[in-house]
Design a protein around this ligand. Structure first.
Ligand SMILES: NC(=O)c1ccc[n+]([C@@H]2O[C@H](COP(=O)([O-])OP(=O)(O)OC[C@H]3O[C@@H](n4cnc5c(N)ncnc54)[C@H](OP(=O)(O)O)[C@@H]3O)[C@@H](O)[C@H]2O)c1
Length: 240
């Protein structure tokens, strides 16, 4: 990267980012645009959002029509990479999980990842046919491969998102798609209705730390595939 940050593999690349309105997705959008990428950014509420280099679109990842409109905008812009980041959290014992909460979490985290990815695969195949590569980066969680009390619903969704990620990597190898799973530990965002900047989160990861991991995956040289990045704040217990 040059001192200006413009002459990078990201300059001029088009990247679609879901859940881009706040938290990690907002930090990813900021980091990408700062390096000259053009971001097609989606979230349900994008009112009042603006950032040089980013185009904000209303997107509900659980809604097929909404996903189709978002994917259409991304394809028209020439999207080369997708960051599936939209997600919600919910923590309670199994006997308190309602059907509505089950659907909210699973539909957003699992179905959402599936729908947005599926909507772009035809385009990624066409890019491959023209000699171009594509990338998908899925922001899952450190708990996409381990669980804990009160974490059944959230971790089930993240295990499933990890499975989707790994199957996509295997399928996508045939059409030049490189797939990365980003597994952050505790990050100071608005996640699960929390407040960004709350005192108890002072030593957690910052959204920009996760954005750096996404950039690492997206700037890997074409011969390298970053399969997975697991990152934690040092205050979090060591676990894999
Ligand atoms: N914070 C953590 O400690 C942590 C740790 C590991 C992994 N993660 C993962 O990181 C990702 C981002 O979370 P965050 O911490 O940045 O949370 P956040 O601050 O609450 O941001 C979540 C983003 O997702 C969007 N979103 C939610 N439901 C959506 C839907 N149906 N369609 C489209 N966009 C939707 C939200 O915007 P709208 O509400 O306007 O749609 C928002 O932009 C999630 O997948 C989460 O599981 C978070």
């Amino acid at each position: 990267m040059t001192a200006t940050g413009q002459d990078t593999p990201l300059a001029g690349r088009v990247v679609a980012v879901t859940g881009a309105s706040k938290g990690i997705g907002w930090a990813v959008t900021q980091a990408l645009t700062a390096r000259g990428a053009r971001v097609i950014a989606g979230a349900r509420d994008v009112s009042g959002l603006s950032l040089d280099g980013a185009e904000f679109h209303p997107l509900d990842v659980t809604d097929e029509a909404s996903v189709a409109a978002f994917a259409g905008a991304a394809v028209r812009a020439g999207v080369a990479a997708l960051v599936n980041n939209a997600g919600v959290g919910s923590f309670q014992p199994i006997e308190e999980i309602t059907l509505a909460e089950y659907h909210r979490v699973m539909d957003t985290n699992v179905l959402g990842t599936l729908l947005v990815t599926r909507a772009l695969i035809g385009h990624f195949r066409e890019r491959h046919a023209r000699g171009g590569g594509s990338q998908v980066v899925n922001v899952t969680s450190d708990v996409s491969a381990r669980t804990f009390a009160n974490g059944a619903l959230y971790t089930a969704s993240k295990y499933a998102q990890r499975a989707l990620t790994q199957a996509l990597a295997a399928e996508g190898q045939g059409y030049g798609l490189r797939v990365t799973e980003i597994r952050p530990g505790m990050v100071d965002t608005f996640f699960a209705g929390s407040v960004q900047g709350a005192e108890h989160k002072a030593e957690w990861l910052r959204p920009a730390d996760v954005a750096d991991a996404v950039l690492y995956a997206l700037t890997a040289p074409p011969h390298a595939r970053i399969d997975e990045v697991l990152l934690h704040p040092v205050v979090q217990e060591v676990a894999f």
